[in-house]
Write a protein that binds this ligand. Structure first.
Ligand code: SAH
Length: 359
């Protein structure tokens, strides 16, 4: 049992089982021992790898996408560019290099990186800030940032937001929580009382054992973003693994050193995540008056933005080995049996927007 696990067990012994979302928040964000407070989870020695770390084309194409939306909205001269959970800063670095070819856009944006992890904030500063003035950091997304058109990027961010789970039992839906087993170890337990009102009416009659997941954190962030975009313009691009229709099973998972782990085993030492409910995010965005396009598969999205052409340009006048490497990196992003199908892209735009490229 690690130190954080002991702390959480004591909390439960004193106050009773806690929601899975509270467990996730502690495991990931505890100031001293949380996973995202203490380390760089990415990179070769880390726990997982993401699209921008695989290929520079990812950030470059996202820049072209944003510039297209900015132009479609009349190229406003004061806008914000916000990235949620920028990791090592690689996406933003590639984005800015590509955006440099449109100086009017570069001149119009104030950049904010929203990052709760101090280790990663430092890495981001080293990676991008040296060469660029005008980048601000925040620990969380604040409503005051939505004072003008805002372009929001979120790659593998929403999956890191805590979820709650509700399980269909014989007498209704019960919250699945984190409690203690007879040996005093962390274990999943069902709350004693049914809370059917937490589950959408359409799912009420699901089979026994069905699990409904909901991320209140994800929905309230999307509410803030979509209402800003609906009112003042801008665009959001959310790319992540997820589903449009709930799978009715638990998608909570823990990953450590590129391998699956037990989510309750060593809190703070493994990355916890859940699949993103794109259907729920779309519904929230529409209810704020924004237009939603997607979700579409990452493969189709990147293909639509011309990833093939970009890869070819990168490989021009390079040796065979480099060309093969570029091709295999791009393949990893778009192939259906790699990241192409599991990962999806969702865009949020003002009500009057035309269909954006890639959707
Ligand atoms: N977008 C990056 C990193 C993905 S990992 C990439 O694609 O490589 C998730 C990122 O979100 C990390 O930077 C992590 O520190 C950050 N993060 C997770 N939860 C957060 C929260 N609640 N607030 C702000 N940042 C968060």
């Amino acid at each position: 049992m690690n130190a954080l696990s002991e702390r959480i067990s004591r909390l439960i012994a004193l106050g009773g089982p806690i929601a899975i979302s509270d467990y996730m928040a502690l495991a990931m964000h505890d100031r001293a021992l949380g996973y995202y407070s203490t380390r760089d989870p990415l990179g070769p020695t880390g726990d997982f790898i993401t699209a921008p770390e695989i290929s520079q084309t990812f950030g470059e194409l996202l820049a072209l996408w944003c510039i297209e939306q900015w132009r479609n909205q009349g190229a406003p001269d004061r806008v914000r560019l916000i990235e949620l959970g920028p990791g090592r800063g690689t996406l933003m670095k590639d984005f800015l290099r590509a955006a440099d070819i449109v100086p009017e856009f570069r001149g119009a944006v104030d950049i904010t990186l929203v990052e709760s992890n101090p280790v990663l904030q430092k890495l981001q500063k080293e990676n991008i800030a040296g060469t660029r003035a005008g980048i601000a950091w925040r620990r969380e997304l604040e409503p005051q940032l939505f004072d003008r058109p805002v372009f929001v990027l979120a790659n593998e961010f929403f999956d890191a937001l805590p979820v709650r789970q509700f399980v269909r039992a014989r007498n209704g839906w019960h919250e699945r929580m984190v409690g203690l087993d007879a040996a005093g170890s962390l274990a999943f337990v069902n709350a004693p009382f049914a809370v059917d009102h937490r589950v959408p009416a359409s799912l009420k009659d699901s089979a026994l054992g069905a699990v409904y997941e909901v991320s209140d954190a994800a929905q309230s962030l999307m509410r803030m973003i979509a209402s800003g975009i609906a009112n003042l313009g801008g665009a959001a691009l959310v790319i992540d693994y997820g589903y449009d229709v709930p799978s009715l099973s638990s998608t909570l998972s823990a990953v450590r050193a590129h391998a699956r782990a037990d989510p309750l085993e060593s809190p703070g030492e493994a990355d916890l995540s859940a699949h993103v409910d794109f259907g729920a995010l779309s519904a929230v965005a529409r209810s704020e008056g924004a237009a939603v396009f997607g979700p579409t598969s990452q493969g189709a999205f990147l293909h639509g933005l011309g990833i093939g052409v970009r890869a070819e340009a990168l490989g021009r006048e390079k040796d065979d080995e480099t060309r093969a490497r570029i091709r295999s990196e791009v393949n990893r992003l778009i192939a259906p049996d790699q990241m192409g199908e599991l990962f999806k892209a969702l865009s949020v735009l003002p009500k009057s927007a035309v269909r954006p490229s890639g959707f």
